[in-house]
Write a protein that binds this ligand. Structure first.
Ligand code: ADP
Ligand code: MG
Length: 463
């Protein structure tokens, strides 16, 4: 298993925050650095310009050594804290402010060259063991001639300290912020994912034995939707489990009845019957029950095969009208024997894509029911036709009909209308019909009135 969702979320969150903070810190550092330096440079420039424009003039070289004090005191030029130095065009230091205390401001070749060309230079100088200095070199020019270079410098120790503090603060606070937010992210993810864990627990508790359990749904968010989907799935599973249970119970019950009868008959015969004729009667009766049993088993097998395996169906082009006429001919004698009149009406050339064997079974079942549930003297009518893209087969009878309350169930497995006697089959016939029709992409419906008769209609897509 890789990293869990929680760890992934937290990591992602912390990484994004970390990158953001580093970029922000970098930006902050450099903009502060530039602002501070710019402010310093501005101050240096102001001092230099005031000095040049006032008494200094062109007689700079004749000033006394402590000229800065004089400037400060008599002219109100704030030079305190500034280091000032005057250099003649040949590069010799001619005058130093008293604040320099006898030292001189180091200055670069570049500043000197720029000065000769009449350009200002700002530079940062880091004397070994001393404070970093910001120095401005200002050329004083009179009618195209360089008179001297005025240098004004100032310690930028404060700037350095401020930036150092900022850096220290960033080094300390960024990792702290990442750790804290990672922790917070972890907590949030844990809280957000708790319902998922609860769902997993609930899902684990649900087994075949307690499919009626459900997951508690809290809220209408994505997690709630997931829980709902999950509950729906469990409900469907429960329904299909129930169906299987009921089916198994019904099937066993259905098989037990003929077996009980068989057993009883055989036991009695063994005890009582001595004549060949008597035994023969018993065996005939046995055979009936065995037929019934094997019909049920065959039907069950067919249902199971059709349900589990689509390849059970072998589709080909089928002439529906011919197929039904053959079934009709086959059933008619059977109906006549019972005293039921049977008739047929057909349109030619009704073709469908279907499995001929399954279709035969379908219409045999319907006609069988119609004849079976129609008393002598009644009529069974079969027709084949077409109706908006569908082949329609109708099997109607004038028989006993189906009670309204039973109508919705007659296509269920083992469902039989409660009537006196053991007439009829096992109740699988119509469920087989329904499965066959649906496998062909069609539908089946029924209309019936008790005592009047029933009409079954099958719709199959025309090929
Ligand atoms: N044409 C019909 N007329 C009256 N009742 C019918 C007809 N067809 C089906 N039924 C009723 O529907 C029930 C289910 O039919 P089916 O699945 O074929 O079972 P069965 O094996 O009893 O024929 C039957 O028990 C019967 O009561
Ligand atoms: Mg039947």
């Amino acid at each position: 298993m890789g990293l869990g969702i929680k760890a992934k979320l937290t990591l992602l969150y912390a990484t994004i925050l970390g990158i953001g903070l580093v970029i922000f810190g970098w930006f902050l550092y450099f903009s502060l650095y530039r602002t501070l330096l710019y402010t310093t440079d501005e101050r240096l420039r102001v001092v230099a310009e005031i000095m040049v424009r006032t008494p200094l003039g062109s007689q700079a070289f004749d000033l006394p050594q402590d000229f800065d004090l004089i400037f400060d005191r008599f002219f109100g030029i704030r030079t305190s804290g500034k280091l000032i130095q005057i250099i003649d065009p040949s590069g010799r230091v001619r005058l130093r402010s008293s604040s320099l205390k006898g030292l001189s401001i180091p200055f670069s070749e570049e500043a000197y060259k720029n000065g000769l060309k009449g350009l200002m230079t700002y530079e940062t100088i880091e004397p070994v063991g001393g404070y970093p200095l910001r120095v401005m070199t200002y050329p004083v020019i009179d009618r195209g001639r360089l008179l001297y270079l005025l240098q004004v410098g100032s310690s930028i120790e404060g700037v350095r300290d401020t930036l150092g503090n900022l850096l220290f603060f960033l080094y300390l606070s960024i990792p702290m912020a990442i750790i804290l937010s990672g922790l917070a992210g972890w907590l949030i993810a844990t809280r957000a994912l708790r319902p998922v864990e609860e769902m997993a627990d609930a899902a684990r508790r649900i087994t075949a034995e307690n499919l009626s359990e459900r997951i508690e749904i809290k809220g209408q968010d994505e997690i709630g939707m997931l829980a709902e989907t999950f509950n729906d799935m469990i409900a469907r599973l429960e329904a299909s489990f129930d169906r299987i249970k009921r089916f198994t119970a019904d099937a066993s019950h259905e098989l037990r009845t003929p077996l009980t009868i068989l057993k009883g008959e055989v036991e009695v015969a063994l005890k009582m019957e001595r004549t060949v004729e008597g035994l023969r009667k018993v065996l005939m009766s046995n055979l009936e029950e065995i037929d019934r049993l094997s019909k049920i088993v065959n039907d069950l097998l067919l249902l199971a095969r059709m349900e589990s395996n689509r390849e059970e169906f072998r589709f080909s082009e089928v002439s529906l009208d011919e197929l039904i006429e053959e079934r009709y001919m086959q059933m008619r004698t059977f109906a006549l024997d019972k005293g039921v009149k049977m008739e047929m009406e057909r349109k030619d050339g009704v073709k469908v894509k279907g499995d001929p064997a399954k279709l035969k079974q379908l219409f045999l079942n319907l006609m069988d029911n119609a004849i079976k549930y129609t008393p002598p003297g009644g009529r069974v009518h079969v027709s084949v036709g077409r109706e908006d893209g569908f082949a329609v087969v109708t099997v109607s009878d004038t028989g006993i009909g189906i009670p309204q309350k039973d109508l919705p169930h007659i296509f269920d497995r083992f469902y039989r209308v409660e009537r006196a006697g053991r007439e009829g089959g096992s109740g699988l016939g119509l469920s087989i019909c329904k499965l066959i029709v649906e496998a062909h992409g069609g539908r089946i419906d029924v209309e019936s009135r008790q005592g009047r008769g029933s009409t079954f209609r099958v719709f199959l897509p025309i090929s």
